[in-house]
Design a protein. Structure first.
Length: 687
């Protein structure tokens, strides 16, 4: 444009008759000979061209100015043409630089023409994303999986940006999440920033990875103390079974947990080295609940390990049999001596029997001759958990020289009495035969004359007189004694068991039977004395309902082969409220043959029994009698009798069990005016 102006000026100058010097060179108009100097000398490069393309275009722009210079010019300013390298770094964005080309001829005249090098502005960068995302904590299996999910999400958002991106000059996508980022459950929101950048643009976007927290974990606190007794350890166990002790408590804790994602309960403890099988102590247990990386610590539980209470101790007694004891007596004492070897132990212990010399024989006769006497020695060793103990005792049978008294324990059977009577007779017979003379053994008493009395305690005395051939006499006296059993004693039924019946209902015989059965158990518990005492009960059958203030008399009989005790329990009916009646037992004892004499005599013998037993019944009136055997659930086992019995006529009924197990059964005698019931103990095969 400047050249055009200059040309115009020159033309004007010519028109006003301005003359150049003689030696001047006139620069003709449009010396550069271009239609439009400005357009010709301008160079425009597309946006996003490479540096190589920039350098090539720059060179072309430079060459345009070089071509404009013709001959006759002695100077130009091409040496001031800008270098392309100075603008390479800013060439990718919109860019423009101008250069004015100036030439001078020999006359010193100058002319100039400008030119511009431009780089087009790139298009704006456009893209889609990134987008926020929401997750539940429970969607993840472990803390590290959160980081993995965030990484996948960032990659997906980055791929979306790249797939939808246009414009700019080869823009690149960057984000601030590094591979080593520690992303866990505690990061409830993870913010990520993306930068989309090229040489001309920088665009920043942000998105959030949200993690919604689960419901709080709730639970029931485990017990604070657990007691474990070292005596519960197995014989070979050396350590407290902490796992077995805590297992049920762990189950309770697990069942009480709610909330969270997948909470798990566990316990941790440090063994107490001071605890041994004989020394207790405490073990601290720490409870924890873990859920998706979070850990809750619960209060401690103390396992209190209790030491064994006592040391192991062995016991026995040395027994000396009374002189001239019959073999049956020695048998009994020998068994008593054997049973006397016992022990107390720290934890029950296990006895290991060692014998020095002899072992305990099955019977004393294996080591001791009858009549000559002898001694059995036995050493008993007990191994406990924490210590051992031993004891030695003897069984001494003195020799029998001349003893003619025989004593039989109370409650001996008829067979035992008969055997002992034979032994008593044998002593006199052997003595009389040794005298080798006359004797009065033909007058020896007959056992059958005394057997009934001997069962309950009796004494028979006999003097054997022997006459020698020389007319001298000798005699010996002996007594046969059956000890009388101790008197029956018992504790009366308590008043803690009653019968509750709804208002309007009637008390039935079954109700009374249940009450009587419960109280008979109390009687048996406190029963002592006699031989095999039995408890029976009777009451008047119920014919109508009862009201407050009424009472029922239950007649009890404790009978034995040698003694019978009678007493009555009165059950009083009182109203506890408007709908419940309660029978409360009261107790008083009637002397002599009182309440139970209304029936007569009822004896079961033997009881307990192992093969068969017998019911001996004598009624004081003509009555129908039904005798039943039932189990403890009330199921009928056998009906032994269902008939009329006559007054004062003894009736004997035998019961021999078939296909039933050992145990407690109930007998029940139902007669016209009442009921008698009691326990029957069956020991099958003596067990």
């Amino acid at each position: 444009m400047k050249s055009i102006i200059l040309t115009t000026i020159l033309l004007i100058s010519v028109s006003i008759s301005f003359s150049w010097p003689a030696n001047s060179v006139v620069i003709p108009a449009n010396k550069f000979n271009v239609p439009s100097a400005v357009a010709y000398n301008d160079t425009t490069l597309k946006a996003c061209s490479t540096k190589e393309e920039f350098a090539a275009a720059w060179k072309i722009w430079h060459n345009k100015f070089i071509q404009l210079a013709g001959e006759g010019y002695i100077a130009d300013n091409l040496n001031e043409f800008p270098e392309a390298e100075e603008y390479l770094e800013q060439s990718e964005c919109r860019f423009s630089i101008s250069f004015t080309f100036i030439v001078q001829d020999i006359a010193g005249e100058k002319d100039s023409i400008p030119g511009t090098f431009s780089v087009e502005q790139p298009e704006d960068i456009i893209f889609e994303g990134p987008a926020d995302v929401w997750h539940q904590t429970c969607d993840f299996s472990a803390p590290e999986s959160v980081g993995e999910a965030v990484t996948v999400w960032v990659l997906e958002q980055t791929n979306t940006i790249q797939a939808t991106m246009s414009g700019g000059c080869n823009p690149e996508v960057y984000h601030n999440l590094t591979a080593s980022a520690n992303t866990g459950y505690e990061d409830r929101a993870v913010e990520v920033i993306w930068n989309i950048r090229d040489s001309c643009h920088l665009i920043t976007r942000q998105a959030v990875f949200h993690i919604n927290a689960p419901e709080p974990v709730t639970y029931e606190i485990p017990v604070d103390t657990i007691t474990f007794y070292l005596c519960d350890l197995g014989r070979t166990e050396q350590e407290v079974p902490v796992g077995g002790i805590l297992s049920p408590h762990l189950v309770l804790l697990e069942n009480s947990i709610s909330g969270g994602c997948e909470p798990e309960a566990a316990y941790y403890y440090k063994p107490n080295d001071d605890i041994t099988p004989c020394n207790g102590g405490n073990i601290e247990v720490e409870w924890k609940i873990m859920d998706m990386g979070d850990t809750l610590s619960l209060p401690l539980t103390i396992i209190h390990v209790v030491s064994p209470p006592d040391l192991t101790k062995a016991y026995c007694t040395t027994m000396t049999v009374p002189e001239c004891s019959l073999p049956v007596k020695v048998d009994s004492l020998f068994q008593t001596w054997k049973d006397g070897f016992t022990y107390t132990s720290d934890c029950g212990g296990n006895e290991f029997e060692y014998y020095y010399g002899n072992t305990i024989p099955e019977t004393w006769r294996d080591s001791i001759d009858e009549g000559k006497g002898g001694t059995i020695s036995y050493t008993y060793i007990v191994w406990g958990r924490c210590n051992n103990d031993e004891v030695t005792c003897e069984f001494v049978v003195p020799p029998c020289i001349s003893c003619f008294d025989t004593i039989i324990p109370a409650c001996s059977s008829s067979d035992q009495i008969i055997d002992a009577w034979s032994g008593w007779n044998k002593k006199f017979t052997e003595w009389a035969e040794e005298k080798q003379g006359t004797h009065n053994m033909g007058d020896f008493p007959v056992v059958a004359d005394y057997i009934d009395g001997l069962l309950c305690g009796f004494e028979v005395c006999f003097t054997c007189i022997s006459g020698a051939y020389d007319g001298s006499q000798d005699s010996v006296t002996g007594t046969f004694t059956v000890a009388a059993p101790q008197a029956i004693s018992f504790l009366p039924p308590g008043d803690t068991i009653g019968i509750e019946i709804a208002h309007g209902q009637q008390i039935t015989n079954a109700d009374i039977f249940g009450w009587v059965n419960a109280h008979s158990g109390q009687l048996y518990t406190g029963l002592s004395g006699g031989c095999i005492p039995q408890v029976n009960a009777g009451w008047t059958d119920i014919a109508s309902g009862y009201h407050s203030g009424d009472s029922i008399d239950v007649e009890w009989i404790i009978s034995d082969i040698c003694d019978t005790v009678y007493f009555t329990t009165t059950m009083y009916l009182t109203a506890t409220d408007t709908s419940i009646y309660t029978f409360t037992p009261g107790f008083y004892e009637k002397p002599g043959d009182s309440a139970s004499s209304s029936f007569g005599r009822f004896v079961v013998y033997p009881n307990p029994f192992d093969s068969n037993t017998r019911f001996n019944i004598t009624s004081l009136q003509n009555t129908k009698a039904v005798l039943e055997i039932r189990n403890i659930t009330g199921q009928l086992i056998d009906c032994l009798m269902d008939e009329h019995i006559e007054q004062d006529i003894p009736v004997s009924v035998s019961f021999q069990p078939v296909n039933i197990d050992s145990g407690i059964y109930i007998y029940r005698l139902i007669y016209d005016s009442g009921t008698i019931s009691g326990r029957l103990i069956y020991r099958k095969d003596g067990r």
